[in-house]
Design a protein around this ligand. Sequence first.
Ligand SMILES: Cc1cc2nc3c(=O)[nH]c(=O)nc-3n(C[C@H](O)[C@H](O)[C@H](O)COP(=O)(O)OP(=O)(O)OC[C@H]3O[C@@H](n4cnc5c(N)ncnc54)[C@H](O)[C@@H]3O)c2cc1C
Length: 487
Amino acid sequence: MSDKIFDIGIIGYGPVGATLSALLSSLGLSVVVIEKNEGVSPTARAINTDSEQLRTFNFLNIASKIISNSRKVHRVHFTDSEFNPYSTINVPKEDILGWPPTLLFYQPELETIIRTNNRKYKKLQILENTELMNVENTNPIKLNIRNCREYSSIYCKYLIGCDGANSFVRKHIKASLIDFGFDQDWIVIDAHTTKKLSISKNEVQQICDPNRLKTYVPGRRNHERFEFKLLKGESEKDFTRKKVWELLSPWINRNNSKIERAVVYKFHACIADKWRDKNIFIVGDAAHQMPPFLGAGMGTGIRDAFNLAWKIFLVIKGKAGENLLETYQLEREPHANWTIQQAKIIGEMMEQYSYREKGEKYIPSNTGYGEVFPHLTYGYYGDPTDGLIATPFCRFNLDGSKKDSDGYFGWDFGLISKKKLTKEIDLILKKLNIKVLIVNHPKLKNYFKDANYLLIRPDKYLFSRSKTNSELKEALSELEKQFSLIT
Ligand SMILES: Cc1cc2nc3c(=O)[nH]c(=O)nc-3n(C[C@H](O)[C@H](O)[C@H](O)COP(=O)(O)OP(=O)(O)OC[C@H]3O[C@@H](n4cnc5c(N)ncnc54)[C@H](O)[C@@H]3O)c2cc1C
């Protein structure tokens, strides 16, 4: 291996490492990925994605391709053992981000789309069949790697561990996992129908059967996902083929479907107490793991990746100080923590609903999936109780342009103004590299209530809403300070 110093070294080419390497490469950085296996993992673990991830995929121009290879969800039901709904959530066609709020994909296909797109980045090098053996905290960071029996070293300025639940990088930075004590064994079955069936193909079922909790998720095209909780004393060996077909009998049978795999997983709920040590970071399952009930494990990793990518880029390009990197854990940890708790709540809701059939009363205090993701707890200015500040900003089409608002701002900070700006404000915006859009779109009605100026972060979260010039100046100075911008 040459003595070349890469801007970024990424360990792990799972869905999160692949997305992060694409984001950083699309920004023009040189990236090397170390992956111990070869090719896309054949197992379909993650199945659900959401509008915020589609926004990220759209930055890579692959969102439409992902949508056309996925299934839209119309409804999610919590049901009794006979599939009679206790409660139903209707899923809108799209949300304010302009994408479906929830979408079911087939993981090997999704990863293939990301990897195929990655071939276009000239400064991205993927080293498969290569394992990270050791990290030396030198400057640049030295990575000792092994490809078959050959040992070599490579160098990078920043190292990012996307190396999954047993992360080597997490152990290297001496981060510990905080365990929320929600380990459960479930058998996960992926099947493919071989004939057209009449089972509802756009409805997810969380079956709160007191004899065994079950989940049915209609995957894309002919893929079907089933999950069954193991009962006390059961283990993988109890799930013979005969038993598996018995479990699947309400939906599919041997004559109309094939089983791809049936594997017992132990779900965990945990989060790392430390996400960074100097120039080394952890992202995705390396930093957090959660039960699958919210379908948000991979998505939480992709949110980490989007959050970290623009920050590292600004620091490497000398446009922001190193302090900006401190905000990665400050912003992402509370969000990931909330998501884990929410996934736990859905698991608990299923359990509690199941008591009803045993004659016990249960009135859920939570709708489960209707909850909105929480505000940023750092990295905004103003009062987030307006429900807008610190949340993902909307996306809208621009008149007379093929670009939408996301495409217009790209990776820049943005200012949306209802009216012409003063020369003084113009100068500050130029100094801070903030892109301006003077527009009043129907989608902005709520945002512009009592405000004339909206500041948007590169990851398209709303930073602030201001009414007057002096309020805007204050917000700009706060933005410069919070993101350690160098002018
Ligand atoms: C049954 C099930 C259902 C799920 N459903 C959903 C869902 O619907 N939606 C959702 O968002 N999430 C879901 N998840 C979670 C999701 O699968 C994970 O969160 C996601 O795969 C994590 O991606 P990752 O890239 O962080 O890690 P991984 O996919 O684990 O990738 C880590 C990579 O790092 C490599 N690696 C590790 N160590 C080294 C080393 N030393 N050197 C080189 N390479 C290394 C590994 O080979 C691997 O390729 C589900 C999980 C399960 C088990």
